[in-house]
Design a protein around this ligand. Structure first.
Ligand SMILES: [Fe+2]
Ligand SMILES: [Fe+2]
Ligand SMILES: [Fe+2]
Length: 475
């Protein structure tokens, strides 16, 4: 272009997406574009897999929550990339192929990282920055007009990859000591070599090194389904406070019921722990299954954080006053097969929809005069409606009739053993009734005198053991 190009009335040309000059750059061919997008897709897919594989056994609550979010973000971007690749005259799509053996070793190594420190370093100081640089490179190199659908998708991905990177940098600064960082140096170098052998994440650099030999991933990966918690969960077998019996007793006023609902929400931390085990141990499903189930997993993590925010809003120290247990995820993950776990989840979530379920919780929150509790229950309910649909889409379809699917869920749930008394006998918990402490702490903030009847509440999950269906149920 030698002469300046003029649009009519000086209006922005090209729908405002770029300048005339930018639209004239040679950019990437369809083949090169697809080659890069497939590598980004592989990275998102494997990152998703790593977050899912590690979140149940990761003790630190904040990291568990972040892994839930980041798994969801990666699943969403992988989904968008799959769709874009499919648009680019490519059948067979080859989306399940490994783009380069060096990349396979890279992700396998990080999935197998022996401790949280190395896991964080591998994910957030190695892969995520490489992915960010790769996506930035695509935006820099491609023709913004010809490849606009990819540009749009890359811009959106970049936004969230940058958020992941920022979170990771802060988490590493706080949770990984200088000594641990140094001890991981050699392994981090191995990860760099993996990337270099693959020509970078996007494959555009010259490959000068061979793919290194495996270290942590030399043995086949073994998934750990046993949930772990940090020090703010000091009594994880405690089943002393039956939230449901209190919540559905009309004799109790709505305000203290918001505490039980915050507790129920925070306890939902066990749903991501359980759902991650289903995802990690159910290979071979269509990609949409992993995407949908991970969306639900993230919702459940959000619900847990809503409970956390609820307690924080009341200046209640939940680590001290609320004994959040992990008995549900522990029992399901260690006693049931993945499809049986899904059956239990479906069965419980079915039961949340009738009159006594989510609507009741929302109405109770409204009646309590706590706008925050009402807001959280409103969204909790809306999310559970999506979850019921995800259950219909992915669990129900395994059965010829809906009735059989529900019955199977009931059966699976009934065979789960909750060893209330055995846990006490083994000294795992005293099932201490922590409710009076929680209620007193909230009353202090509310500046009210504790109601003696509410304060005296002491129904545990032991007395309703006769019917397992009434047991503490998450979801
Ligand atoms: Fe929920
Ligand atoms: Fe839930
Ligand atoms: Fe749910």
């Amino acid at each position: 272009m030698t002469k300046p190009y003029k649009s009519l009335h000086g209006l922005p040309p090209l729908a405002g997406i770029c300048t005339m000059k930018e639209a004239m750059k040679p950019g990437l061919s369809v083949e090169d574009c697809v080659g890069r997008l497939k590598r980004f897709h592989y990275a998102f897919k494997r990152l998703h897999e790593i977050f899912i594989a590690r979140l149940t056994a990761e003790p630190v609550y904040e990291l568990k929550m972040a892994f839930s979010l980041h798994a969801h973000l990666c699943a969403e971007h992988a989904t968008a990339l799959r769709k874009r690749v499919a648009e680019m005259r490519e059948p067979p799509l080859g989306l399940d192929e490994i783009p380069h053996p060096g990349l396979e070793i890279l992700f396998d190594e990080i999935r197998a990282a022996p401790a949280t420190g190395e896991l964080l370093l591998g994910v957030y100081s190695n892969i995520v920055p490489a992915l960010r640089a790769g996506v930035e490179g695509h935006l820099r190199d491609t023709n913004p007009l010809a490849d606009h659908p990819s540009v749009r998708l890359c811009r959106f991905a970049l936004l969230e990859v940058e958020e992941m990177e920022k979170f990771g940098a802060k988490a590493i600064a706080k949770a990984v000591s200088a000594a641990d960082h140094q001890a991981a140096d050699e392994w981090l170098k191995l990860l760099d070599d993996c990337l270099a052998s693959a020509g970078g994440l996007d494959g555009i650099d010259d490959t000068v090194v061979q793919s290194p030999s495996r270290r942590y991933s030399a043995q086949p990966f073994k998934y750990d389904p046993v949930p772990k918690r940090d020090t703010r969960f000091p009594d994880p077998y405690n089943m002393a406070v039956n939230a449901e019996v209190f919540l559905y007793d009309p004799a109790f006023p709505p305000a203290p019921k918001t505490l039980m609902m915050f507790y129920k929400r925070l306890r939902e931390i066990d749903v991501p722990e359980m759902m991650a085990s289903i995802l990690a141990q159910t290979p071979g499903k269509p990609w949409a299954y992993y995407r949908d189930m991970t969306r639900q997993l993230w919702d459940e993590a959000r619900h847990a954080m809503m409970g956390e925010v609820g307690f924080a809003s009341l200046d209640v120290d939940w680590a001290k006053n609320v004994m959040v247990n992990f008995t549900w995820s522990l029992a399901l993950n260690t006693q049931l097969t993945p499809i049986e776990r899904h059956a239990v989840l479906y069965f419980i979530e079915q039961g949340l929809m009738p009159r006594t379920g989510k609507r009741f919780e929302w109405e109770t929150a409204l009646a309590s005069g706590s706008p925050l509790s009402a807001l959280f229950q409103d969204y909790d309910w809306a999310d559970e409606v999506i979850h019921a649909k995800i259950g219909r889409d992915w669990y129900l379809k395994e059965f010829s009739e809906a009735k059989k699917a529900v019955e199977y869920g009931d059966q699976c749930w009934s065979k789960v053993l909750m060893n209330w008394e055995a846990w006490r006998a083994e000294g795992k918990t005293q099932h201490r009734n922590w409710w009076p402490d929680l209620y007193r702490a909230a009353c202090k903030t509310w500046k009210v005198q504790p109601d003696p009847q509410v304060l005296a509440y002491a129904t545990s999950y032991e007395s309703v053991r006769a019917d397992l269906k009434n047991l503490s149920a998450s979801a």
